[in-house]
Design a protein around this ligand. Structure first.
Ligand code: FE
Ligand code: FE
Ligand code: ZN
Length: 182
């Protein structure tokens, strides 16, 4: 968050309204994560590279755990976990689906899958960074720690995709060769 925005928030938003904003963002993330648990198996199915498929499958498990972390945060606020339509994630996933339909099961598709997945991770990194900071400002230490844990997982997932793209998938997309360990 920029210093300017931070000052504005501190001055003009009372703790009550920052708490409201916090809850709204949590609901958005809750729905975003639910959408991701539906998209990841489809992405794994489309992946040609065995390593990429495994990356999607292991991130699905992480995502399920991230959903239970969000549920813990809701509980800490004495709220029933509830989602609110996340249009951002809907758009990112829809764009990925359109791309998947346009490409065959190929190494180029793997590169496109990574691109879509990294957009998902960046949306999550932005959102978890925000809610983690809100939790800190609201003095909700437990919630802040839970959200920080997820933030780190999302960053690691993004790094893993980066490595796969650089070391394997993009090179294969350029040469048009197929992954051997399918
Ligand atoms: Fe996530
Ligand atoms: Fe959203
Ligand atoms: Zn993620």
């Amino acid at each position: 968050m920029t210093d300017f925005l931070f000052t504005v928030l501190k001055k003009e938003i009372t703790m009550d309204t920052l708490r409201d904003l916090f809850v709204e963002e949590l609901k958005d993330l809750y729905h975003a994560e639910k959408q991701i648990t539906k998209a990841l198996p489809q992405m794994a199915k489309k992946a040609t590279s065995g390593q990429l498929r495994e990356a999607f499958e292991s991130h699905l498990k992480e995502t399920e755990n991230q959903i239970s972390r969000l549920e813990k945060v809701f509980k800490e606020l004495d709220l029933t976990p509830k989602g609110k339509r996340c249009e951002g994630m809907e758009g990112i996933i829809q764009e990925g689906k359109t791309m998947m339909q346009e490409l065959d099961k190929s190494d180029t598709l793997d590169a496109a899958l990574i691109a879509a997945a990294q957009k998902v991770e960046h949306y999550e990194i932005a959102s978890y960074g925000t809610v983690r900071t809100y939790a800190q400002q609201l003095n909700l230490k437990n919630a802040a720690n839970l959200l920080q844990e997820t933030l780190e997982e999302e960053a690691a997932a993004n790094e893993k995709l980066n490595d796969l793209a650089i070391n394997q998938v993009n090179a294969e997309a350029m040469s048009g060769s197929k992954d051997e360990n399918e």
